[in-house]
Design a protein around this ligand. Sequence first.
Ligand code: AMP
Length: 176
Amino acid sequence: MDHDARVQALKSDIRDIPDFPKKGIVFKDITTLLKDPRLFREAMDLFTDLCQRARPQKIVAIESRGFILGSVLADRLGAGFVPVRKKGKLPGGKIAHTYDLEYGTDCLEIHDDALQAGERALVVDDLIATGGTARATGQLARQLGAEVAGYAFLVELSFLNGRDKLDGHVLSLIRY
Ligand code: AMP
């Protein structure tokens, strides 16, 4: 199978859940991929190929589905793993970034010693929608002096133009 056919096959195994977590949102559920060992490996094979060109030293992954892909990716690429978490979850010294949502705000945190100045950081999440979450994460990484080598997503909802919010290279495997 060629690359596009492999991506298409994976796409057909992502489940749409209408009106979750609220009315009008079609949730892209990747648990249907994760539970199948063959599909999970295929997804990680293709995602690793996509991401290796960014030559990251650290994978900066976003809670919580970003952790699933990000930790496997870090191991495969020989990079370190750095979690970015919702407010109040990280135990050590940290910095925070608050950003606007459609209604209200959200806050993400990173340990203040997680990245070193000049280190190449790849921001990873399962999916990019409006781009606000990834943008905030990139800003946290830069605040620690890291170089954002790019942003990588298994799934991109391209009709929401989230990538336009990101200052840097955007990599995505499966697009809607
Ligand atoms: P955003 O900040 O709008 O790009 O939202 C991205 C975050 O919300 C990611 O962590 C996604 O896992 C989650 N997310 C947003 N929209 C969806 C969706 N339609 N299906 C699954 N996850 C979503």
